[in-house]
Ligand binder design. Structure first.
Ligand code: NAP
Ligand code: GLV
Length: 320
């Protein structure tokens, strides 16, 4: 009998075809995550699960699985999965690191530039007929070249971001839970404790994974340490930032602006008060969204399934 794989969202045919040795079931409704009750039912008898970051694979889901050998997340972040519960049950968890690094760094830098120069607001003003005579101080933003970039979480994407910043002659500070002396030498960057980084940076980019320990890492107190011209960029996870505190800091001018690709609740409600501010650039979690990269992520997720269900070690296992 064929082993079975459940896929929680419609994937391109060429990806699904790679799984022809298995019996595959897939949630096919476009643009809508699999309802929880269906996921709970489907997971009961499958050998492999391919899921997205929108699927909460918690202890309850894991406890229902009778034959599950692998949970393959099509994302590098895996905070949607209770890895501890899976590991306790002998289920392997995999993610998609590396293949999305450069694309996500591109988007993070794009967001930084768009927020610095107020691109969406200026473009909206033009389209709204508010472009009067050219005037000296209208639509003025912040410089990027030679500014100080502070990166919290110097991993794969953080490092790729440094390389982009260097093209703009930026001075780069970083904070990481483990100090990376080799990277300091190799990249010419400077370590700073988080509070010092917040005080000295013109741009603060969050590039660390989310976990309950870093919930609201950036809140009222941290925002109050930042410069008045500073811009906060978050392409990591929404839960890292206290959105209420951010709203007040942006509204009162405590910081200059923000660029957000991720939110505490996704999709972000259209009446969310952060969306009312012109000094915030907002995107719908598209960090890794290039055609090539999304395909690479899907292929990697599928390769992990094929390997594990054939008794091989996965390519990219998540280890706690
Ligand atoms: P990574 O290589 O694992 O890098 C994460 C870095 O954060 C590591 O250097 C890690 O330090 C550090 N870190 C972990 N916890 C920390 C803490 N409490 N304080 C300070 N530093 C801490 O991961 P990555 O591939 O760069 O991805 C980073 C995150 O980006 C993902 O987890 C995901 O949430 C997000 N992401 C978002 C998108 C998007 O579409 N917006 C796309 C891709 C990724 P150690 O070296 O000590 O482990
Ligand atoms: C996207 O957010 C990812 O973690 O891959």
């Amino acid at each position: 009998m064929k082993q079975t794989v459940y896929i929680t969202r419609k994937l391109p045919n060429e990806i699904v075809e790679k799984l022809s040795q298995f019996q595959v079931r897939m949630w096919e409704e476009e643009g809508k995550p699999v309802p929880r009750e269906i996921l709970l039912k489907e997971v009961e008898n499958v050998n492999g699960l391919i899921c997205l970051l929108t699927d909460t694979i918690d202890e309850e889901v894991i406890s229902r699985a009778k034959h599950l050998q692998i949970i393959s997340n099509v994302a590098v972040g895996y905070n949607n999965i209770d890895v501890q519960a899976a590991t306790k049950k002998g289920i392997i968890v995999t993610n998609t690191p590396g293949v999305l690094t450069e694309t996500t760094a591109d988007l993070t830098f794009t967001l930084l530039m768009a927020a610095a120069r107020g691109i969406p607001a200026a473009s909206d003003a033009l389209r709204g007929g508010q472009w009067g005579a050219w005037s000296l101080m209208e639509f003025t933003g912040q410089d990027i070249f030679e500014a100080t970039l502070g990166i919290i979480g110097l991993g794969r994407i953080g490092e790729a971001l440094v390389k982009r910043a260097q093209g703009f002659n930026m001075n780069v500070l970083y904070y990481n839970r483990t100090r990376k002396y080799d990277k300091e030498r190799e990249l010419g960057i400077t370590y700073a404790e988080q509070s010092e980084l917040l005080q000295r940076s013109d741009y603060v980019c969050l590039m660390l994974p989310y976990s309950p320990e870093v919930h609201h890492l950036i809140g009222k107190e941290e925002l109050s340490l930042m410069k008045r011209n500073a811009i906060l960029i978050n392409t990591a996870r929404g839960g890292l930032v206290d959105e209420e505190a951010l709203y007040h800091a942006l509204k009162s001018g405590e910081i200059w602006g923000a660029g957000l690709d991720v939110f505490e609740q996704e999709p972000v409600p259209v009446d969310h008060h952060l969306l009312t501010l012109t000094n915030v650039v907002t995107l719908p979690h598209i960090g890794s969204a290039s055609l090539k990269t999304r395909m690479k992520m899907a292929y990697l997720a599928v390769d992990n399934i094929i390997r594990v269900l054939n008794g091989d070690v996965p390519l990219t296992e998540v280890r706690l």
